[in-house]
Design a protein around this ligand. Structure first.
Ligand code: 5GP
Ligand code: MG
Length: 457
C-alpha cells in the first residue's frame, strides 16, 4: 500500500508535499520521495525510511518549483529496495514524466512482456514503471492523448498522481479501488490519498477524483477533466474503512472514524459475552471498541498502553528482537485487568500471531477471561489490489476454523462481525465496495501469471 500527494501553483509546492506525506505516513513507512519541476528540469529527493528520515526542512526548502508530487511506500516482502522508491521518473523526447502510484495492477506480467518485446528496458519491478513506458511509447500524440491511451491498457487498481513537465495529473481506475481527493489552499491545488493531508496544510477539500476520471491541472490553475473509459461497477476497498486509512480522514466522501465506530456498535449487537470491561488493542482497534462500549453499555478501559517511540531499528530478524518489539509496543495495565472478564475489540485478524501475543500478555497481567470481537469477517483471500495481505497459506482464517483460531490465539470466545453487519455499517451502499478478502469474489480477475497466490475458493 502507498500514500500519494501532489501540489501545483505555489513556489513551495515541495514543502506542501513534504507536509502532506507526513500526514500520509501510515500508508507507507518503507521509503519516501518528492519530485518537483522547475526551469525545464525535474529535481528529486528520495530515500529509504520515514518521511522524517528522508527529508529535512533544509533539503525540502532547496526544492523550489510550482509543480510537485510525492509518495510514501509500504513495506512489502521481497521488494524493499532503493530502486523501487517512488515517485518513478523517466526523461524522454517529450520531456519528464513522474509517477506516484497507489494500488496494484492485475495485468502487469502481460504488459511487461509486451513492452519488453517491443524493446523497453526496465529498471525496476514496479507497476509505475510500466505506466511510464506506456505513456512514453505513444508517439505523435499530445501528452493528454498519451496518458489516456496508456491508462486504457491498465487493469486493476490505480490511484495516480503524475507530473508531466509542469502539469499535474490525477487519475483513478474506473472501479475506484483506492481513494484520491482534490483540495485547494490559496491558489494551489493539491491531491492526496486521504483528506487528513489537507487538514495539516489548511487546504479545503473540494471533491474526490471520480472513478475513471483523469484530471489535468496546469500552473495557472486551469482544470480539465475527462472520463474516457467505459463505466464499471465501483469496487471501493472496504478495508480502507476497517483498518488502513486514518480515522480523521474522509475517504470515498465519508468519514473513517464514524464508520469504524459503527462497526463496533454493530459488533455489540451481534456479540455480547458477559464481561466487566471492554478494551481495544490500540490504536487500530480503538474506534470500534468505543462503538462497542457505547452500544453494549459496558465500561471502556484502556487495558493496554501504547509506546509511540518505537524506531524501525527494532525490526530485527531474530526471534528475541521480534518478541521484544511486540512487548515494547503495547504494555498491559495490571491494575485494570487483574481478575477481570475482558472483551477485547480488534479491527482485524490477518495471521493471528500478534493477537496471540497480546492475549497472552493480558492473561499474564491477570485477566480472568479474555473474549475477542473482531470488527470485520474472517479474511480468507489475498488482496490483488494493493493491501499487503499474504498468501492464503499465511491467512489464518483461510486454514483454520473459528474454533481452531480461538484456541490458537488462546481466547475464551471469539466472534467475527458478520458480512451483512459490516456492510450495513458502511456509509455507502454495499454494491459500491470490493469485499474480495472476505468473500473471494474478485471484481477484477488478475491476468495469467499474476501471482502464485491465486487458489480456488
Ligand atoms: P495478526 O494478529 O493477524 O498477526 O495481526 C492483526 C493486526 O494487524 C490487527 O491489529 C490489525 O490492526 C493489523 N493489520 C491489519 N491489516 C494489516 C496490514 O495490511 N498491515 C499491517 N502491518 N498490519 C495490519
Ligand atoms: Mg491493530
Amino acid at each position: 500500500m502507498c500514500g500519494i500527494f501532489g501540489a501545483i501553483g505555489q513556489k513551495d509546492s515541495a514543502r506542501l508535499t513534504y507536509l502532506g506525506l507526513y500526514a500520509l505516513q501510515h500508508r507507507g513507512e518503507e521509503s519516501a520521495g518528492i519530485i518537483i519541476y522547475d526551469k525545464k528540469k525535474a529535481h528529486y529527493l528520495k530515500g529509504m525510511g520515514l518521511v522524517s528520515d528522508v527529508f529535512s526542512e533544509k533539503t525540502v526548502s532547496s526544492l523550489q518549483g510550482k509543480t510537485a508530487i510525492g509518495h510514501v511506500r509500504y513495506s512489502t516482502t521481497g521488494s524493499s529496495h532503493a530502486k523501487n522508491i517512488q515517485p518513478f521518473m523517466v526523461r524522454h523526447k517529450k520531456g519528464y514524466i513522474a509517477i506516484a502510484h497507489n494500488g496494484n495492477l492485475t495485468n502487469t506480467k502481460k504488459l511487461h512482456t509486451e513492452l519488453e518485446e517491443k524493446g523497453s528496458i526496465f529498471q525496476s519491478t514496479m507497476d509505475s514503471e510500466i505506466i511510464a513506458h506506456l505513456i512514453a511509447r505513444v508517439s505523435g500524440k499530445d501528452y493528454k492523448d498519451s496518458i489516456i491511451s496508456a491508462l486504457s491498457e491498465l487493469q486493476g487498481a490505480y490511484s495516480l498522481v503524475l507530473m508531466v513537465d509542469n502539469i499535474l495529473v490525477a487519475a483513478r481506475d474506473p472501479r475506484g479501488f483506492r481513494p484520491l481527493s482534490l483540495g485547494k489552499v490559496g491558489d494551489c491545488y493539491v491531491l492526496a490519498s486521504e483528506t487528513c493531508a489537507f487538514d495539516l496544510i489548511h487546504a479545503d477539500y473540494i471533491r474526490d477524483i471520480e472513478p475513471g476520471e483523469i484530471l489535468f491541472i496546469d500552473q495557472s490553475g486551469r482544470l480539465e477533466s475527462v472520463k474516457p473509459f467505459p463505466e464499471k461497477n465501483h469496487a471501493f476497498c472496504i478495508f480502507e474503512y476497517i483498518y488502513f486509512s486514518r480515522p480523521d480522514s474522509n475517504i470515498f466522501s465519508n468519514n473513517v472514524y464514524l464508520a469504524r465506530k459503527r462497526l463496533g456498535q454493530q459488533l455489540a449487537r451481534e456479540y455480547n459475552p458477559d464481561c466487566d470491561l471492554v478494551m481495544p488493542i490500540p490504536d487500530s482497534g480503538s474506534y470500534a471498541a468505543l462503538g462497542y462500549a457505547q452500544e453494549s453499555k459496558k465500561p471502556y478501559e484502556a487495558g493496554m498502553i501504547r509506546n509511540h517511540y518505537i524506531g524501525r531499528t527494532f525490526i530485527q530478524p531474530t526471534q528475541f528482537a521480534r518478541d521484544f518489539r511486540v512487548r515494547v509496543k503495547l504494555n498491559p495495565v495490571r491494575d485494570v485487568l487483574k481478575g477481570k472478564k475482558v472483551v477485547v475489540v480488534e479491527d482485524s485478524i490477518v495471521r493471528g500471531t500478534t493477537c496471540r501475543a497480546r492475549v497472552k500478555a493480558l492473561r499474564d497481567a491477570g485477566a480472568k477471561e479474555v473474549h475477542m470481537g473482531v470488527s470485520c469477517p474472517p479474511i480468507i483471500s489475498p488482496c490483488f489490489y494493493g493491501i499487503d495481505f499474504p498468501t492464503r497459506k499465511e491467512l489464518i482464517a483461510s486454514n483454520k476454523t473459528i474454533k481452531q483460531i480461538k484456541d490458537f490465539i488462546g481466547l475464551d470466545s471469539l466472534y467475527y462481525l458478520s458480512l451483512e453487519g459490516m456492510l450495513k455499517s458502511m456509509p455507502l451502499p454495499k454494491n459500491e465496495f470490493c469485499t474480495a478478502c472476505f468473500t473471494c469474489k474478485y471484481p477484477e480477475k488478475p491476468s495469467k501469471g499474476f501471482s502464485k497466490n491465486i487458489l480456488e475458493c
